[in-house]
Design a protein around this ligand. Sequence first.
Ligand code: FAD
Length: 435
Amino acid sequence: MNAPLIVLGAGPAGLAAAEAASASGQAVLLVDENGAPGGQIWRGGPQRWRDARAAALWDALRARPHVSFMAGARVVAPAGPQALLLETADGALAQPWNKVIVCSGARELLLPFPGWTLPGVTGAGGLQALVKGGMPLAGKRVLVAGTGPLLLAVAATVCEHGGEVVAVAEHRASADLARFGARLALSHRGKLLQSVQMAARLRGVPYLRGAALLAAEGRGRLERVLLRHRGREQAVDCDFLACGFGLVPSLELAALFGCVVEQGRVAVDAAQRSSAPGVWAAGESTGIGGVDKALAEGRIAGLDAVGLAPHARDLRSRGKAQAFGALLAQAFAPLPSLRRLCTASTIVCRCEDVVAADLAPHAGWRSAKLQTRAGMGPCQGRVCGSACAFLYGWEAPGLRQPVFPACAATLALARTERVDTVARAHPESRQQRTS
Ligand SMILES: Cc1cc2nc3c(=O)[nH]c(=O)nc-3n(C[C@H](O)[C@H](O)[C@H](O)COP(=O)(O)OP(=O)(O)OC[C@H]3O[C@@H](n4cnc5c(N)ncnc54)[C@H](O)[C@@H]3O)c2cc1C
């Protein structure tokens, strides 16, 4: 019980896992690269939370002296067989681990189209994160485009912060959306109610079904977006374009422990145990399913990690949330027609400026990397990897260590032999970044 259980990621899954494990008296160290807990959905820190579940979890954790929260610490690589290399704003440290719960969440699937690299074009969740982080939007015109329910959540955030949503352009046709609504009415009434409430908050905002994004245009920054809707091309003037085509699990941390990944997500058993001994996984990293899935899986993992059986209500809640995730995946899977957004001259790898015409002739990542440098920039294929999986059916490029860009001084610490105590790298040498 003395060695802390390490929970990586303080989103809903990580908070739930830390709470469930620490209720037994187990020492827990919660680590997140963000400066505040909450992950994606509860971004902005406890003072901004409106969800009672977030506040209840955080209050419980703060009241337990055997729980510590290390904010602003990014896990970048292993530091020996049983230690992790963490980078912080003032240096780096090697943190030994015994048991770990990986709750690393998801990121957006970004698909290339002409003009997507213009300033003013962001991911849908990306714009939401910027706004929640304080970026002013008052008076700005925002077009939200792509597919899936996240578009509505993002449009609502824009309206709440004084922005004008000029339209929500949903790629799926009315018939697909009606089928999804009918499935919700049948087995997920709570979610249907949430969508109706969300739609009410967006009253007056045009919701274009079956709308295809064609291009973003502007001199130096975004000025207008070209759409095709009901067979007609139209130009929509706007200051921001927030595009969402779905989410993909973040697998870097699981890769550090050698966890088996199946169908793009960390494979876990009924107790949320991964294939790696002493490593559990919960939340979006095990499959996209939303906050309820993250909370239930986090609690199950936290209890199992301290040798306790899961609660029946968490098992029920996980089952329902996983079914919702499967329904979402089916209803809003990116349509093959989205591949046509990307023309021959569209940049696909934005770190290395590699266009589609240079990538398309390759059979897979290996030859594309060798001959074009695609996927070899600072993002290490985090953006273009998922895009190429969709465009060309390539398997995502393998992850190499460090799994995130890190300072040279941080990496030097990984090479030290003694990692059984927490050691600090020299903070003054943080200037040298390497990928
Ligand atoms: C951009 C974006 C916006 C979203 N917006 C909404 C929304 O408005 N409404 C909604 O219902 N759902 C939204 N979602 C879905 C939402 O993420 C999930 O429903 C829920 O937050 C998943 O919880 P989680 O704990 O699994 O992951 P997350 O909440 O993503 O938490 C993962 C945490 O792990 C941390 N982490 C990852 N890697 C490292 C590392 N190497 N070192 C240290 N820390 C690390 C991250 O900083 C993050 O805090 C959004 C998702 C994304 C990606």
